[in-house]
Structure formats: structure tokens, C-alpha cells
Design a protein around this ligand. Sequence first.
Ligand code: HAM
Length: 446
Amino acid sequence: MVLARGVGTTVKRYFGYNGHTDMARNIQKPRGTQDILPIEQRYWFWIEDNWRKMMLSAGFGRITTPTFEDTNLFTRGVGETTDIVSKEMYSFKDRSDNPLTLRPEGTAGVVRAYIENGMHKDPQPVKLYYFGPMFRYDRPQSGRYREFYQAGVELLGELDPIVDAQIIAIVMKYYTKLGLKDIVVRINSVGDAKSRPKIQRALIDFLSAHRRNLCKDCKRRMTKNPLRVLDCKEKSCQAVAEEAGGVVLDNLNNDSRNYFTKVLEYLDDMRVEYELDPRLVRGLDYYTHTVFEVTTKTGGLSLGAGGRYDGLVELLGGPDTPAVGFAVGVERTIDTLKQQQANVPEPMKPNVFVVQLGDDAKKKAIQVIDRLDNAGYQVAHALGRGSIKSQLRVADRLGTSLAVIIGSQEVHDKSVIIRDLNDRTQESVLDRDMIKAVQRKLKEKK
Ligand code: HAM
């Protein structure tokens, strides 16, 4: 674009931009983030509304925690050698030099809130759910974002295999309720804290024999935290992990094995379809006992994941408290709903459209819209448009099939025209009868 000199100087003075190059380079959203446009929102309403309904009816209360927290919460809680902490955190210092991190996941913040707000003194278990954005400096690709949403659930203060099974049953019911088909929960046990030394020793032995095939990070962390090697995203490490298969399950102590067997028995009783996956260890250090992940039966990225974390509350300074939870990956779940062409309803389809012609009619339209709104209808209009044709085009785009039309004659007669936009029949009714007539018409159309 070429600007006349005088104009360019003025623009520069007012907006501080310095020439054509900056002007040409529009600012774009950061890599790995998304704009969620109105047309997409029905999926988001569907995911969130169903989550809220299901959680509230199962007795969980909503909790909202900050989107950024003290960095130490995650280094300590999620684990220093995890990919999340070592490679993926958005960490910064604020102007007072406080170390902060945009939360990469929701569990650590919920546990901090549980301790900080004295919820461990309330009757247990404490049942909480949440919905919100998480941030990870992940490699952006399909289903992998740097800002993504999780719908999460945490149950704190109860250690019983039936609780693990119940959480799994609830989330599977949720996915089914959304309309997803062919999904399965993959499940494994990483054992309790007492099992860990034996599992680690066995894994280190195994991994030492395959050291040369591991990536640089895994060579380093294999002695410190060998479980992490099993969920490394590098191909060469995945091949080793595949072979390591049963090492974790084989080295569980008796308590852990019995606990896991009970979880599976309860799942059988509840008729929840699961797949035993001895390789599954999950990418966060806090897990103990049961770990699980939901995918479609054909595999692919996890649509959600969770597990038991009996040591985390204590690790973060609270009393010894067992806990279990799960988080739905919202974007991946939406992608799968789309792939499977699930029937996701439009949340706010207006049922009445108000059309007006002329200044007086426009004024009357404002009252008519208000009356319809007060009567509980979802009312749409295009008050800024003049011609009937262009207003009806908007009604058509919104999929509204009933119109209330007001012209100067209707203003004079204290009436409105009610028009069926499908069969194009219409009738004139007095203002005072409008709500009843709209009600009758909509009932007929059902
Ligand atoms: P997670 O496996 O790290 O677990 O994440 C849970 C889900 O979030 C994943 O299964 C996936 O669907 C989604 N997700 C993770 N990273 C990304 C990404 N970069 N882009 C898009 N979606 C992603 C946790 O976060 C645990 N806090 C879950 C939990 C709750 N465990 C116990 N309670």
C-alpha cells in the first residue's frame, strides 16, 4: 500500500507504526493456540454442559484455581524429570521476581487448593471438578496444542479399588453420553510407593541393556526415573518401552497386585470395557496404583487420562491423603466427535425472528422482542436492516422458522403478523394475543 506523504505522517504520529513492513505483517495468534469461533461453540457447550451435569449429579463440586501458580508447585508435584516440567512449561518471573508458571495441568493446583483451604478437615472424600485451559510448550500438530482445555475431576481422601473403578465408569459414561463410539479405557498399575524401588531396579536393569537405543534425555534420566523412559515420545525409546512391557506389572508387591485385581473385578461388574496395557505408565510422577487412558479402539492420541496419586497431597505439604482423578482432553474429544459425525445439538437456536418495517415499527419491535424474551423464547432480529427480504435472509441463516412481522399498519392496529417461514402461511393477531399465538404456532410445528 502506498500512502500519500501527508497521510502517512499523520497515521504514523497517531498509531506509532513505522512503515509498510509492519503494516503488511499482521499479528497472528501464537503457535499452538486456537481461536474458537461462534460456529465451533456448540461442541464446547456440549462438552462443558454435559461435564457439569454429570459431575454435579455424581456429587462433585466445581473448583476454579488460578491459571498460573508458583513454579515449585509443578516441579515438586509433577516431577522434575518429566517432559512436562523439563521441556514444556511456560515459566517466567513477574515484576516482583516471583517464579510463576502457566499451569500445564490441573491436578497440582487442585491439591494445593485442597491443602491451602483446609479441605482435608472437611468430611472425606472431597469431590471436585473443573474446566479450563492448560499450557504446555509441546510440538504443535493435530491434537497437540500449546494452549488446550481439560475437563477434570479429582476425588481426594478415599483409598478403595471401587473408587478407581467408579471414576473410570463415570468418565466412560460421559464419553458415551457425548455420542462417542468405539472408545476404550487402557489400564495399568504402577504400584504403590513400597513397590517403587523394586520396579525401578528391574527397569534400570532392563534399560541398561538397551541404553544405546535411548534418546539423550532418557540416557540421563533412566537411572533417576526409569518410568519416564516408558512414556518418552521419541521413536527409539518407544521401541525399547514396547519390549519393557510387563516389567512394571511383574514387579508389583502383593498389596498393589491385589488392589489392581480388585479394580479390574469392579470394572467387570460395572460392565466397563477396558484393555490391560502393561506399557502404560503416564507422563507425570505423582501416580501410584491405577493409571488409565481413554482412546478410540483404533488407538491414536489419548482423549483423556488419569489415575491414582496417593502421595501428592503429602508431597505438597498436606496430610497423608489418597486421591484419584482424570482429565478429559477437550480438543481431542471434539476432533473425535467430528470424525465420528456425532450428533451435537445447536445450543441456542432462536425460535422466533422479529421483522420490522419503518421507524415506528422498529420502536414497537423493541417492546415485542422484550415481551417474547420475558416469555422465555429465544428471539432473533436484525434491527439494523431495512428491507423485509434482507431481514428474512438472516432468519433463514439462523434456521428460524417463525417470524413476528411489524409494519406501520400493525403499529396502527396494535397487532402483529405471525408468519410460518416454512409453509409461508400467516395470520394477524392483536398485541395482547401475541404470546399465546406464538406458543400455539410453535407447538403445531413440533
Ligand atoms: P495428561 O495425560 O497430561 O494428564 O493430560 C490429560 C489429557 O489432556 C490427555 O489425555 C490429552 O487428551 C490432553 N492433552 C494433554 N496434552 C495436550 C496437548 N498438548 N494438546 C491437547 N491436549 C492435550 C493430566 O494432565 C493429569 N492432570 C490428569 C489427571 C487428573 N490425573 C489425575 N487427575
